[in-house]
Design a protein around this ligand. Structure first.
Ligand code: NAD
Length: 317
């Protein structure tokens, strides 16, 4: 893998999500080269042109791309965003068959041109697509990652921070399981400035009642639907969330992130991809951290795993 400044990020799909990841990655100087690949020639060429016109104002980099998969040649990380997105009212799981087929079609070519890449899947349903990519690629589990609940956890932390009027960076809390309707808030391990959230009662900074917690969880689960209803796609937060994962990989940061990846015996769960906090570095992901969970949280995680597994098996993987 190239050194940090030489690194190349290849992005499949130059739609709302792919183009915004390129934009965020460019501004943050994540890699020396960013390349986009999309079957929509005019669209990908226009996005590349637009990004190039802003290079003057960003850290030194090159941005290119085309409708030829060769654009991804030699990528250190390939980010997969191609595929159908939710229409208002559709769930992420509704996209499983169409997007698994797209993934199966593209991946062999990607593996040919970028055989050493870490694969970072974003296309929904991301946990299903991560497992499909793992099976198709034959890569070691460490190298096939889903953006998972990094975005959902960011939404969660934002809402807790807002309620308690503290900086979002001082809230530590994870959403685990599916990036989707069965996701699980891990309230029991949530903290603000090292104080367990269950004990948080600071004058002028609120206290979270059961009803307020329920409201926050509802808002986290509904967030994607809400944004899609209003503007037809989600792009900014996912662009930043994925860029955060790219930094953890390319800068070898060992950052703890709730990414999706294969479970190989976590609390008896295996053979399914879902999100739990893991250390992310240049090698990819490590096994999930042994995060404490209540009985209910663990039961919720199992249900989420069953749901994802059923869809993956239904697709024949
Ligand atoms: P979009 O329709 O704007 O873009 C999708 C792009 O994929 C299009 O430009 C299309 O031409 C391209 N594409 C389709 N088939 C292709 C192929 N075979 N090869 C190359 N390119 C191909 O959609 P979007 O809003 O960018 O969303 C993309 C995906 O990301 C969706 O599945 C969406 O649900 C998902 N998403 C995931 C998260 C997350 O947190 N994991 C967040 C937001 C969106």
């Amino acid at each position: 893998m190239g050194t940090e400044r030489q690194a190349k990020v290849g992005i499949i799909g130059a739609g709302s999500v792919g183009a915004t990841i390129a934009y965020a990655a460019m501004i943050r100087g994540v890699a020396r080269h960013i390349s986009l690949f999309d079957i929509a020639k005019t669209k990908v060429e226009a996005e590349v042109l637009d990004l190039n016109h802003g290079l003057l104002f960003a850290p030194q980099a090159t941005v290119d791309g085309s409708d030829d998969v060769e654009s991804l040649h030699g990528s250190d990380v390939v980010v997969m965003t191609a595929g159908a997105k939710q229409k208002p009212g559709q769930t992420r799981m509704d996209l499983a068959e169409a997007n698994a087929n797209i993934c199966a079609k593209i991946l062999p070519d990607v593996l040919r041109v970028a055989p050493d890449a870490v694969l970072l899947m974003v296309t929904n349903p991301v946990d299903v697509i991560t497992e499909v990519a793992l099976k198709i690629s034959g890569f070691a589990w460490e190298r096939v990652i889903g953006s998972g609940t990094v975005l959902d956890s960011s939404r969660f932390r934002f809402l807790v921070a807002k309620h308690c009027q503290v900086a979002v960076q001082n809230v530590h809390a994870y959403i685990a399981g599916e990036h989707g309707d069965s996701e699980i808030p891990l309230w029991s391990s949530a903290t603000i400035g090292s104080i367990p959230l269950s004990q948080w009662s600071v004058p002028g900074h609120g206290h979270l009642s059961a009803a307020e917690k329920d409201k926050i969880v509802h808002n986290v689960k509904d967030a994607g639907y809400q944004v899609i209803q209003g503007k037809g796609a989600t792009n900014y937060a996912v662009g930043l969330a994925v860029t955060n994962i790219l930094e953890a990989i390319l800068h070898d940061e060992r950052r703890v992130l709730p990414v999706s990846g294969l479970l190989r015996g976590f609390r008896g769960l295996e053979d399914v991809c879902l999100s739990l906090p893991r250390i992310v570095s240049r090698r990819g992901i490590e096994a999930p951290l042994p995060i404490p969970m209540t009985v209910d949280e663990e039961a919720g995680l199992r249900e989420s795993a069953d749901r994802i597994r059923a869809v993956v098996r239904g697709l024949g993987y």
